[in-house]
Design a protein around this ligand. Structure first.
Ligand code: CA2
Length: 152
């Protein structure tokens, strides 16, 4: 069975409770419920996690990648600072999509750079909380394709 791990970094536990003009009114618990329903309908195993600690996020990425699960990662501010996260995605050979609720390119300059983007299959940003569902829909066929590919 294909598995997707949705990993959330620092401050995303506040989603939907503060700064609604930037991040909207949907909470992380709402997002998890929506994805659980989509995963059940698609027959996909889902893990949904949040941490405020960089090292724990690195561990989550390693666990997902080494288990062959796809990764949807909103690393929050660590996106713009963490070489360790990039190394974890690459080192665990994780098929990963980088996700942001806000359009980081329409915001401050320091949010325009991502250490992770070059080691991800793609980046989704600016679609609000719906971006999580867009990322889920994008990653499942990639994982299914990889699962049916004969070994080289
Ligand atoms: O747009 C995104 O999803 C971000 O990853 C959110 C991060 C930010 O550092 C990134 O540049 C873009 C911030 C985490 C969310 O922080 C919140 C703070 C208050 C209320 C809601 C969320």
């Amino acid at each position: 069975m294909v598995a997707v791990h949705v990993l959330n970094g620092p401050n995303l536990n506040l989603l939907g409770t503060r700064e609604p003009a930037t991040y909207g009114a949907v909470t992380l618990a709402d997002v998890e419920e929506r994805l659980k329903a989509k995963a059940a309908a698609a027959g996909v195993e889902l893990a949904f996690k949040q941490t405020n600690y960089e090292g724990e996020l690195v561990t989550f990425v390693q666990q997902a990648g080494l288990a062959g699960a796809g990764v949807v990662i909103n690393a929050g501010a660590y996106t713009h600072t963490s070489v360790a996260l990039r190394d974890a995605i690459k080192g665990a050979d994780a098929l990963a999509i980088e996700l942001h609720v806000s359009n980081v390119h329409a915001r401050e300059e320091f949010r325009h750079h991502s250490y992770m983007a070059p080691v991800c299959v793609g980046v989704i940003c600016g679609f609000g909380a719906a971006g999580y569902e867009i990322a889920f829909d994008a990653i499942v066929p990639l994982l299914q394709k990889r699962a049916t590919k004969p070994a080289a």
